[in-house]
Design a protein around this ligand. Structure first.
Ligand SMILES: C[S@@+](CC[C@H](N)C(=O)[O-])C[C@H]1O[C@@H](n2cnc3c(N)ncnc32)[C@H](O)[C@@H]1O
Length: 401
């Protein structure tokens, strides 16, 4: 989350003027500058002032004579009330935080709630839906996209966050970013793509620019293309992931599965890559086996643990297989660290898993509904348009929610 501090003045109290010059134009979306009058406003942002139940839509006006920004929000009637509610006087400092491209949260800089917000990486509950929440840049088989809202409800406050089995990391991308985050997956290629998205988003975008989503190109990248550099390897992986059925990257099961109506179109890939890159800044990315990621986590870290299923054969999805012994090792490890780390583990609900985790604080059978509103041009031509599904898993927690 990006934020700026500004200082209130006498004009804030008298006229509702917030001097936002310090924020700079790059803090706001393109097109935020409107003309001198209301009817010339273009892109608007939405402001959530602390203590308000309503939101304020505004742009930044420009001076009619010079055309330069006036460095105040056009909507100002709320400022007086905001100062009164939060007992602010001229000279007090205020923090403006960018929650997403269009939403901003404003609170007094001294406020303990605001400080808590920054130190814990958590946002007030009512703000969470507007936070830096986004979708994974990948399509990922077995990903938790449809369960993300339910999972978010079970996440405790934390400063440090780790996903030892990151995959498409739907929960990391959906939740507000913690002060420290760590994504780990044994799949080396996957983690390489994360690194390229984090560190070289524009190079990746340049490579992909002008490449349409076609069966021919999919086949070329899958069977013929010989990547020479890390960037080329990552770009090949990204292209196949976006155009394969369910994002399955295990090469034996990686079939063409793109459709203009249900898939993210190539012209939207750059935006998704840039957004993901922003969220991945400062995130530790590793491709260890899960033990090392868990053992290296600092005391008090919250881990969202989503291993391959216990009973289903998921080897067709993933490039690394996970044996029964691996499941037992995971159990031993979590038992050993149960008093040091907080974890939410998700599994297929079966007697063996219940038995393995009988010592956990909570074992909950959870269900969620979802609808796949698409057709997948899979090898066998299966059509699943509009079909309803029920997701079902066991949530295993070592803390009380
Ligand atoms: C169920 S998926 C995770 C999906 C993820 N939660 C999401 O939302 O996309 C399980 C992941 O575990 C990874 N994996 C398999 N064996 C592993 C191991 N020994 N250590 C770490 N990751 C492993 C797989 O590569 C796969 O990405």
């Amino acid at each position: 989350m990006d934020s700026r501090i500004i200082q209130l003045t006498g004009a804030s109290l008298k006229y509702g003027n917030l001097n936002i010059r310090n924020c700079g134009l790059d803090f706001f979306p393109q097109g935020i500058l409107g003309g001198p009058t209301r009817d010339t406003a273009k892109t608007k942002i939405i402001i959530h002032p602390l203590g308000f139940s309503n939101e304020i839509e505004t742009d930044i006006p420009t001076d009619g004579r010079t055309g330069k920004p006036r460095w105040i929000f056009r909507e100002r009637a709320w400022v007086k009330q905001f100062m009164r509610t939060n007992r602010l006087t001229p000279n007090a400092k205020v923090i403006i935080t960018r929650l997403s491209e269009e939403r901003y949260f404003i609170a007094p800089a001294h406020h303990t709630y605001t400080q808590q917000l920054f130190s814990t990486g958590l946002l007030p509950i009512q703000m969470q839906k507007y936070s830096d929440s986004m979708n994974s840049p990948f399509r990922y088989a077995g990903g938790k996209f449809y369960a993300r809202k339910l999972i978010l409800q079970h996440i405790p406050p934390h400063k440090n966050y780790c996903e030892p089995f990151a995959g498409g990391a739907s929960i990391f991308f959906a939740k507000p970013k913690a002060a420290q985050s760590h994504l780990n997956d044994l799949d080396e290629e996957l983690m390489r793509v994360y690194r390229v998205i984090r560190d070289q988003p524009e190079d990746l975008i340049s490579f992909l620019t002008g490449k349409p989503a076609t069966k021919e190109l999919h086949s070329y990248y899958k069977n013929e293309f010989q990547p020479k550099t890390l960037l080329e390897k990552a770009a090949r992986w990204y292209y196949l992931n976006r155009t394969s059925y369910s994002g399955i990257m295990n090469i034996q099961n990686c079939y063409w599965g793109y459709g203009d109506k249900f898939s993210k179109r190539p012209e939207n890939w750059p935006c998704s890559i840039r957004q993901a890159s922003q969220k991945l800044q400062g995130v530790k990315l590793t491709n260890y086996s899960f033990e090392r990621a868990i053992e290296e986590s600092e005391d008090g870290t919250f881990l969202f643990i989503d291993p391959p299923y216990f009973n289903a054969d998921q080897d067709k999805f993933y490039t690394c297989s996970f044996s029964k012994e691996d499941h037992y090792r995971l159990r031993e490890l979590l038992h050993r660290h149960r008093n040091r780390l907080l974890f939410l583990l998700t599994y297929d609900d079966c007697p063996e898993v219940r038995e393995l985790y009988s010592w956990a604080t909570g074992l909950y059978n959870k269900e969620w509904n979802y609808c796949i509103n698409r057709t997948d041009d899979q090898k066998n031509g299966t059509s699943r348009k509009g079909q309803r599904y029920k997701g079902k898993e066991l949530f295993i927690l070592n803390y009380v929610i």
